[in-house]
Design a protein around this ligand. Sequence first.
Ligand code: MG
Ligand code: MG
Length: 265
Amino acid sequence: MIYLKTDDEVELLREANILVGKTLGEMAKLIRPGVTTQELDKVAEEFIRDHGATPTFLGFPNPYGGPFPASICTSVNDQVVHGIPNDTPLQEGDIVSIDCGTCLNGYCGDSCYTFPVGEVSEEVIKLMRTTKEALYKGIEQAVVGHRIGDISYAVQQHCVSNGYGVVREFVGHGIGKQMHEEPQVPNYGRRGNGILMKDGLCIAIEPMITMGKDKIYLAEDRWTVHTQDHLPAAHYEHTICVRKGHADILSSFEFIEEVLREKSI
Ligand code: MG
Ligand code: MG
């Protein structure tokens, strides 16, 4: 069942997603060599709760094991998604994807950003840049009258043409009162395939892109997804609303990128 959102619901989704963006902005301030992902998780949880929301990931059920034990997913280097925060300090040259979800006034926010830790190699910067570009190429296709496959194709095409792998086992999704609603939004597919997008369809688009092969495996913790070849992966995600002409991006990277710009000066 696909729920198209009313304008009022879209504004509620925007509020939840702006809070995710602000939380990720707080993460940007703290990310540096030596900080642990557990420390980031603690700050994220407090920030979300201080703003009257709950972290949707905490306690999220897992068909393969126990519920998710933290408020953010922190996936470092060869970890693709669903990394569990731990007490290992981040190191110069690492990358960390922080995926964050909130529930505010009954509506969900969901967004992810891959951060560099200190100075990162040129080839890793290119992986991050290309994955983020792919996200925006997908968003360009998320307009009334296009099909989900148009998003999928745009993401896949951009990443594959740069020699990267596209993870297939995890996909974007509809979002609303539930974090995961229909339809699925794969990062691979054919133009003109899939459901026709209508005004008010709210979806999370989230390319998960690997520097090497697209093959992955699930770690013993039953959450963390790694690349099989242990090359790095990047993950960027926006929640958007399909509109005529161009999508309305409900989440925001502005809070993050403002901090990153200040850091690089
Ligand atoms: Mg997410
Ligand atoms: Mg998502």
